[in-house]
Design a protein around this ligand. Sequence first.
Ligand SMILES: *[C@@H]1O[C@H](CO)[C@@H](O)[C@H](O)[C@H]1NC(C)=O
Ligand SMILES: *[C@@H]1O[C@H](CO)[C@@H](O)[C@H](O)[C@H]1NC(C)=O
Ligand SMILES: *[C@@H]1O[C@H](CO)[C@@H](O)[C@H](O)[C@H]1NC(C)=O
Ligand SMILES: [Zn+2]
Length: 476
Amino acid sequence: MQYLLFLTACAVALALLLPAATGLFHGSLQHEHWLETREKDHKSPKKQKVVPPLVLDTFQNPTLNDLGFWHGTGENLTVQHEPGLVRLFPTDPDQNFHTQFNTHGCFSLWPWQNQFLHVVFEGTDRFSVSLNEHNAECNPRRSPFPGISDSVEASRYTMRTTSGTVNEGGDADDEGEEDVDADTRGTALGSPSESRCQREKEKTQVPGQTQLYIPLSHFHIDQSRVVSVSFHGFYTNEPLTLRRVEIVPMVPPPSPANGHFRMPGKLPTGNLVLRCTRPNSFAFGIDDGQPQYAQEVKRILDEENVRATFFVVGAGLRDPSTNFTEFYRQMLREGHQVALHSNTHPKMEGLSTSGEIDDEIIKTKEVFKDKLNVESSYFRPPFGTVGARMRQRLAQHIPNPFIVNWSVDVEDWIWANTTTPEKQLDAFYQGVARGGNIAVMHFLNPTTVRYLPQFIRHVRSAGLQIMRIDQCVQSP
Ligand SMILES: *[C@@H]1O[C@H](CO)[C@@H](O)[C@H](O)[C@H]1NC(C)=O
Ligand SMILES: *[C@@H]1O[C@H](CO)[C@@H](O)[C@H](O)[C@H]1NC(C)=O
Ligand SMILES: *[C@@H]1O[C@H](CO)[C@@H](O)[C@H](O)[C@H]1NC(C)=O
Ligand SMILES: [Zn+2]
């Protein structure tokens, strides 16, 4: 349906005639449940104004995008810049490239709300694209920064354009397509008056190029305060060349030249949690540990009268030599939360098939049910590695899951085994000072365990009440 509408109004000038165009998009997208809710929540602020096209990045400059704000990568991703493109050589799903809408504050995408993120690229499509929310203060010195994000799987939105030769049956094979809500798909076209427009459009599509068109409505974040678009979650070592990132008002209609591209439906991605929402609350999320420190952790939590959330790796529960089944049963009886942390602790987004991701989820659910009689919808991704496929698979197996990262990092993985273990205290205090209120720590090392009473007292002296994560993300 939407394609017909786009087409009827095919003139490029339409992009500039947004009052009319916006009406069409409202009509065409109104089956999207989320969008409907969003529109109810935010009664149209007056009539839509004409919005200019938003070209975020054409990679002319090594460090700045077309809006004059930063683009770049975490230290470990090898990047080659040439005027007009950036080439990424990923080796890890945590590597990322961000291009920012604003460096100093928040940017509102509301004026473009029914439009599409358009990315022109070459190379692999085995990665995630995320739209990243800023934090509540719109301040990069507050924690977490960025705030939450929502992600889509690039391969589901990839449009490949051929040189115009008819390419029947070129529908991209898409494992998610059967899950797609039929109402959000385009319909095949045929009217002769439309094909002229189509030819016009195709002139702007360079043969052999790959493009992504993603409805902004597929990113379930607060789009009144975004900070960046990012490319990450690589599950390949093949390079990716980015050429253009922009927001556009319409998507080319399905045609032989674009492999009959159909817009996929949004797949659920759960709730990403980085902070407690309950006022003045704080939560400790305690991940994997060494069995020999378990009783000491329990003794400290008892003594301080603190309830925590433990994220537990399935494989450890199956191994009787760890005594973890007994330990976590007792923690559950005493009012702690015990939640999921995968079966074998891989970077799940980096696994090459969805089957392997499923396996991690299914096996850990099974052992939780078997050994602890727990069905948890709280999950902490190993290494904090988050991407579209992991989130989508999790949401397939666990309805509306909470995917819990953190906003305070004890950094035990950096400092615990060094000659300056007290840097864990500094890291913790700094996270709290920046407004973080969900901590990550492990009990792999005696120094981390030894500092736990000081962490607890510090939080209390800041006037915060300590509770489990399932309690702190609920409204009182
Ligand atoms: C960077 O890569 C090195 C070597 O692969 C790895 O040991 C290190 O943990 C990585 N650092 C980050 C921040 O990802
Ligand atoms: C196993 O854990 C239980 C529960 O915490 C504890 O009572 C018991 O002493 C532990 N056994 C060993 C051998 O550590
Ligand atoms: C989760 O935490 C990890 C580790 O700090 C970080 O690299 C990652 O970006 C976070 N992911 C999200 C979606 O916040
Ligand atoms: Zn872990």
